[in-house]
Design a protein around this ligand. Structure first.
Ligand SMILES: NC(=O)c1ccc[n+]([C@@H]2O[C@H](COP(=O)([O-])OP(=O)(O)OC[C@H]3O[C@@H](n4cnc5c(N)ncnc54)[C@H](O)[C@@H]3O)[C@@H](O)[C@H]2O)c1
Length: 331
């Protein structure tokens, strides 16, 4: 299988590349080549038994080598994330919409040249919906985004579904929950604090919480997000019909429950969380639904979520030491 990861240098792109390198297969088929593409040349995963190419460029001007002839699966993760897309309308619209157009055009060229339509796994977002804090959204809930990023993701889903209908590609769009715990440093996602309130205390650092303790959110772990991406890449899409989008089975949690899970693993760690209201962040995340029904995704075989304490343990196992090193912190 020939695979491309657009946004291959990002948080989930690196995790996905590392998993493919360690497994060597996708859906039971051997991986034969992996192309990684990002604004800055992405690092290659260690231990891959197949050739890996790493390319730098702009997804809007997608070079042929990013999705070369014979590509079976494209993971389209390249994006300008939530708070940045809200702060810079032109950049978000360009990358999140025009970038998706470029993916469609690249796949279409492969098909026109006689190739088969590649599976395109697209990372949409919970931010493409809006809801109140007490809602649980059904599988057929309408996407009415409360921010530009969510609108761009919803529009990209429609463009990919239509391109699937036309036979240019074979899309599965996963509306990812907020993925926690993100390693490294805080980023420009409005949801950055969800990770920060676990990661920073585990590093012994103070961090700010911009919303109340009773704030509810829909989250998932990076391990489970990668499981879902791989499942979406290999599953049978014939039963999906025209609707190529799924709400995967995440976890609904409040900030209080997340901090309780943190204290269970490291007693007293939540004392590092300072309550500092931020109305701009609260306005963005306040429109994101805190829970979904997810029956459709479970029927399609998407894995159920692990408990919150396991999400935090996985961060400690997978990323805490590397985050310490990257940030020059002593153990
Ligand atoms: N992490 C989450 O909580 C979350 C939740 C829902 C959806 N998503 C979606 O999942 C995907 C991956 O998220 P992530 O957390 O890894 O984000 P990330 O910001 O770490 O990765 C996105 C990557 O896209 C790249 N990119 C941006 N503009 C580009 C351009 N013009 N050309 C090429 N590459 C470009 C960035 O450099 C970055 O490496 C994104 O599409 C994001 O919108 C993430």
């Amino acid at each position: 299988m020939k695979i491309s990861i657009l946004g291959g240098g990002g948080f989930l792109g690196r995790k996905l590349a590392a998993r493919l390198a360690s497994k060597g297969t996708l859906g039971g088929n051997e991986v034969t080549a992996l192309a990684l593409f990002d604004v800055v040349e992405p690092p290659k995963p260690t231990g891959a038994r197949f050739p890996v190419t790493a390319l730098a460029g702009d997804v809007v001007e997608l070079p042929e080598a990013a999705i070369p002839p014979g590509t079976d699966v494209v993971f389209h993760l390249a994006a300008v994330v939530s708070a940045q897309a809200e702060a810079d309308y032109d950049l978000g619209r360009r990358v999140n919409l025009r970038g998706t157009d470029a993916v469609v055009d690249a796949c279409r060229r492969l098909v026109t040249a006689g190739g088969k339509p590649p599976r395109v796994v697209f990372t949409s977002s919970v931010a493409s919906f809006s809801a109140t804090q007490t809602d649980t959204l059904p599988d057929d809930a309408r996407q009415v985004p409360g921010n530009s990023y969510g609108a761009q993701k919803a529009a990209a889903e429609l463009i990919l579904a239509d391109a699937s209908r036309r036979g240019f590609l074979d899309a599965v769009s996963i509306r990812l929950p907020t993925v926690i715990v993100r390693p490294g440093r805080p980023n420009k996602a409005a949801s950055s604090f969800f990770s920060a309130i676990v990661r920073e205390p585990l590093l012994g650092l103070d961090t700010e919480l911009p919303v109340g303790d009773d704030f509810a959110a829909w989250v998932c772990s990076p391990r489970r997000a990668v499981d879902w991406l791989l499942h979406a890449a290999a599953m049978d899409t014939t039963t999906m019909g025209l609707d190529r989008s799924v709400n995967p089975p995440g976890i609904s949690t409040t900030i209080a429950h997340l901090l309780q899970a943190l204290d269970e693993i490291q007693p007293g760690a939540s004392r590092h969380v300072q309550r500092v209201e931020d109305k701009a962040i609260a306005a963005i995340v306040g429109t994101w639904p805190p829970a979904f029904e997810t029956l459709h995704a479970r029927t399609l075989g998407f894995a159920m979520h692990e408990p919150l304490v396991d999400v935090i343990r996985a961060f400690i196992e997978d990323d805490l030491a590397a985050t310490r090193t990257e940030r020059g912190l002593s153990g």
